[in-house]
Design a protein around this ligand. Structure first.
Ligand code: FES
Length: 431
């Protein structure tokens, strides 16, 4: 089990994160970045991989969580385990590729070899070690905690007090909504990840994912050029779409109410496609859920959400945010394939390429505005960022979820409120 490094927050987060404003240093300070990696990514739950990425025994993916390189690996018993990507001998990196398949893991340095469940099963010249050397004590090191929900696998490197379910809270309904679009209740993340280097702080990407304010301005060219991106096109100040703060830093832009109100037979989240053009998918959904419930699901569509701290269910894409430095991040994107929906999946792939691919019309806009914002906050003045749009006007439901207008900054405040609690609570506990 990982031990806690001697990093304790030293910044006054309750001062820097206020309800309607943020201090600019939150996006630029190397000290704050280091403390975030420790307090949020190592001591909290973070998404690491999806079950469908490693379907067979021996399949693995390598992922970075905070500062740590991890291997998610499926064993011969069908179980997924997550290990540190570090040889227990003298520390060499074990897996150098982002994904692959192995019948065993062999270290490139001195060829220590590990079974898929992490046991050390062979090493050259074993007899040269002292009598008390035991292979049983020299296997791969698993992360302290891993758990999954709906196939989404999360890890917690330095155990905190929360279960994954407690961390996800009301956000499980967002995962349920996505899975509920699949006739089998399962999704497949098998198309391959696109990897975009973003010249912006990771929190800017989080904020932007659930920002209903910027789309008509930043994505104006997309709205003009391509009418199939319905959810972008429809973001007007008068839209009935709401943003929701689910607590625990999770939030979404809830397009479903808008789609229900439209009351047409088009699946607006697919770009307004007529159901007759998706016969395989529609029939599979009818068979699975019955025509009435299937129709409801297909009208309401997938969530547009951000799950604290690094996973976005971005309609028919999954996006993962990897912090690199205060000024750099990597954004990973993959289209969501629904099991049993080949006709829709082909369309989803094309839409993902069109929006999020290297020449995509959506992600380039967001990357550019993120870079401009990062350059802007590097200036010393003005010291504070304004985040008060819609403050105090939120409707609070009985379960604590906050609702606000599409263009209010409620979702961002939800993120920052939880961020402040995580960062400040760690600091206060160490005093
Ligand atoms: Fe891995 Fe030596 S460092 S076998």
């Amino acid at each position: 089990m990982a031990t806690a490094p001697d990093i304790r927050p030293t910044v006054d987060y309750r001062h820097l994160v206020q309800d309607g404003r943020l201090h600019g240093s939150l996006y630029t300070s190397p000290q704050i970045f280091a403390e975030e990696m420790e307090q949020i990514f190592h001591r909290g739950w973070s998404f690491v991989a999806h079950d469908s990425e490693i379907p067979n025994s021996g399949d693995f993916v390598v992922r970075r969580v905070g500062t740590q390189s991890l291997i998610a690996l499926r064993g011969k018993d069908g179980e997924v385990r997550v290990f540190y990507n570090r040889c227990p001998h003298r520390g060499a990196t074990l897996c150098q590729t982002a994904s692959g398949h192995r019948s065993r893991i062999t270290c490139p340095y001195h060829a220590w070899t590990f079974a898929l469940d992490g046991r050390l099963i062979g090493l050259p010249d074993e007899g040269a070690y002292p009598p008390d050397f035991s292979k049983a004590d020299a296997g791969l090191t698993p992360v302290a905690r891993m758990d999954s929900y709906g196939g989404f696998i999360f890890v917690n490197l330095i155990p905190n007090q929360l279960t994954l379910r407690e961390h996800l809270g009301h956000a499980t309904e967002l995962i349920d909504a996505l899975l509920g679009l699949s006739p089998t209740g399962r999704i497949q993340l098998t198309a391959g990840w696109m990897k975009h280097k973003m010249r912006s702080n990771w929190k800017m990407i989080v904020e932007n994912q659930v920002d209903g304010y910027h789309a008509p301005m930043v994505h104006g060219s997309l709205i003009t050029a391509n009418r199939t991106f319905a959810t972008v096109r429809d973001r007007k100040p008068t839209s009935p779409t709401r943003v929701r703060d689910f607590g625990m830093g999770h939030s979404d832009i809830d397009h479903a109410s808008d789609y229900r109100a439209a009351g047409d037979r088009l699946f607006r989240w697919t770009g307004g496609i007529d159901p007759e053009r998706l016969p395989v998918y529609v029939k599979a959904m009818d068979d699975a859920y019955g025509p009435e419930d299937a129709r409801r699901r297909l009208i309401e569509g997938p969530p547009h959400s951000m799950l604290f701290p690094n996973l976005s269910l971005a309609e028919m894409n999954i996006m993962v945010i990897e912090p690199v430095s205060p000024q750099h991040s990597i954004q990973y994107t993959i289209p969501v394939f629904l099991e049993g929906a080949d006709d829709l999946n082909a369309r989803t792939l094309r839409r993902c390429e069109g929006a999020m691919g290297p020449a995509g019309m959506l992600i380039a806009d967001d990357a550019e505005i993120g870079e401009l914002t990062q350059m802007g906050v590097a200036n010393l003045e003005p010291e504070w960022i304004i985040l008060s749009r819609g403050l105090g006007k939120e409707e609070v439901l009985a379960n604590g979820v906050k609702l606000a207008g599409l263009m209010d900054e409620t979702s961002q405040r939800g993120f920052w409120s939880h961020y402040r609690e995580v960062m400040a609570a760690s600091q206060e506990a160490s005093q």
